[in-house]
Design a protein around this ligand. Structure first.
Ligand SMILES: Cc1ncc(COP(=O)(O)OP(=O)(O)O)c(N)n1
Ligand SMILES: Cc1ncsc1CCOP(=O)(O)O
Ligand SMILES: [Mg+2]
Length: 220
């Protein structure tokens, strides 16, 4: 995949905002997010038809802005609404298994908290790795212990040229150090979904990302 797509990776479900989630997503798209993940889980999450309808509307919105639409965890939902990819973690359906029933041209993302998980994700054919949590986060109830910038750098060192996005507790002020440690971009929920001005915040995330060139083993 094009690693520049990971620069501003926005994730959201309906329970990550007190506002209309479609309005928040549209503002984030206007601000220049580069990829979006639909993550509808946790307390108060929608289920059934309501979830499918929101997912479909979010996909249409992303496509209007030419932004890839990824679904978290739920492969059947992703297939049904013709998403552009799927993101799975260590406790989800294994990548090699779900790849058998997904289109080849999808974007496949896998989470890793340590080097062993990252090696396995690469072996299984992940297109990118979501590395974290980097910092403490209140958004994910079952988040593991934060691995810090050092943990990210360690995974970068063994991951070769595979695209990596940092996740977990990330705010604007963290972007430069995470990019310098080898992340191709940052993935955020609350830093965009819970601010007053998602559009302006997304614009700043994009701007800060663009100070540092994308990671490449061929770069100097
Ligand atoms: C880009 C990205 N990276 C990591 C995750 C976390 O996935 P997982 O560990 O499966 O946890 P849940 O998000 O499913 O609670 C992610 N969603 N996206
Ligand atoms: C989904 C996920 N995976 C690791 S931390 C996290 C939550 C990120 O949310 P926030 O950006 O609000 O800390
Ligand atoms: Mg998961």
């Amino acid at each position: 995949m094009n690693r520049e797509l990971l620069q501003v990776y926005f994730i959201m479900g309906s329970n990550n905002t007190n506002r209309d989630p479609l309005a928040v997503l549209e503002e984030a798209l206007q601000g220049g997010i580069t990829i979006f993940q639909f993550r509808e889980k946790g307390a108060g999450a929608l289920i059934g038809e309501e979830k499918r309808t929101l997912a479909s509307k979010m996909k249409e919105l992303c496509h209007r802005y030419n932004v890839p639409f990824i679904v978290n965890d739920e492969v059947d939902l992703a297939i049904e609404i013709e998403a552009d990819g799927i993101h799975v973690g260590q406790d989800d359906e294994p990548l090699i298994q779900l790849k058998q029933r997904c289109p080849d041209n999808w974007i496949f993302g896998v989470s890793a908290t340590n080097e062993k998980e990252a090696r396995q994700a690469i072996k299984d054919g992940a297109d990118y790795i979501g590395v974290g949590p980097i910092y403490g986060t209140a958004t994910k109830e079952d988040a593991k212990q934060p691995i810090g910038v050092e943990g990210l750098a360690g995974i970068r060192a063994i991951a070769g040229d595979i695209p990596i996005v940092a996740i977990g507790g990330i705010k604007l002020g963290h972007v430069l150090r995470l990019r310098k440690a080898g992340a191709d971009g940052v993935s955020v929920i609350s830093a965009i979904s819970q601010v007053e001005k998602p559009r302006q915040t997304a614009e700043l995330f994009k701007k800060y990302n663009q100070y540092i060139p994308s990671y490449s083993i061929n770069a100097e």
